[in-house]
Design a binder for this molecule. Structure first.
Ligand code: DCP
Length: 243
């Protein structure tokens, strides 16, 4: 980590249909400094998942530039780009192997120690250890069925075992209770002061303590600032807060 993990969006527009298509993101500009946590909030369909998907290049921008550590993401070697970041998708994608295999999917050569450390940060170690087979428990297909929130925590452990410079959580704690979510955030802060984190959330409580919150509405940034700043300056944010 260290001083790595800066992200710059420069006048980014995006359409799934390319130039001339219906824009999903319009003229988005913001900077996320190394080690900062940036929250992204906005109603469903606002463009949050699309925005973060542009960083690992699931899609490429239609207009503008995204830079990671100063370099246009299109000029970074794909392998290097993948190593730098980990994204936990909205929908957890665990396979029917063991918990250990599922977490190691983030980094095949991770030691048991590293897997456990990642699971502890993701607040998954305790419930995994409480099963009769521990890390050898099979996910799905009979045996122990993990809850939605538990599966999300295994997915977060999978991302953390990579020791990324940038961690993107796309609504990845929606099924995790607020107290446990708080513990995950504390662990992230304690472990890696240099970890850049982008956090999409539905709940304001999930992003309240972020260094910066971006409010997206219909593909546009309608507010950017801390919770206190947005509470006095951004009507859309206030409406989400009251809902
Ligand atoms: N969209 C699309 N093709 C895709 C994905 C999305 O055309 N493969 C459209 C649907 C929305 C817009 O893009 O009109 C933005 O979708 P996002 O999933 O980016 O929006 P959010 O992440 O904000 O929504 P949610 O909170 O429901 O996940």
């Amino acid at each position: 980590p260290g001083k790595k993990g800066r992200i710059d969006f420069e006048q980014v527009s995006f359409s799934y249909d390319g130039e001339g298509g219906q824009p999903v993101l319009k003229q988005i500009s913001f900077t996320c400094l190394p080690g900062e946590t940036v929250g992204i909030i906005g109603s469903t369909g606002a463009g949050k998942s699309s925005l973060v998907g542009l960083i690992p290049r699931f899609y490429d921008v239609t207009e503008g530039t995204i830079r990671v550590d100063g370099m246009d993401v299109r000029d970074i070697e794909p392998k290097r780009l993948r190593e730098k970041m980990a994204i936990v998708p909205q929908k957890t994608m665990l396979f029917t192997g063991t918990v250990l295999e599922n977490i190691r999917w983030g980094k095949a050569e991770a030691t048991h120690e590293e897997v456990e450390q990642a699971a502890r940060m993701a607040q998954a170690h305790e419930f995994i250890s409480a099963t009769p087979d521990g890390y050898e428990t099979r996910v799905g297909q009979g045996g122990v069925n993990f809850s939605g929130g538990q599966k999300q925590r295994i997915s977060i452990a999978r991302a953390l075992v990579k020791k990324p410079e940038i961690l993107i959580l796309d609504d990845s704690t929606s099924a995790v209770d607020v107290a446990t979510e708080g513990k995950i955030k504390d662990a992230l802060r304690a472990y890696a002061a240099g970890l850049t984190c982008i956090l999409i959330a539905q709940r304001i409580t999930s992003v309240m303590d972020a260094d910066k919150i971006i409010v997206l509405d219909n593909g546009e940034v309608v507010g950017i600032g801390t919770h206190d700043e947005l509470m006095t300056s951004c009507q859309v944010y206030q409406e989400i807060f009251q809902s």
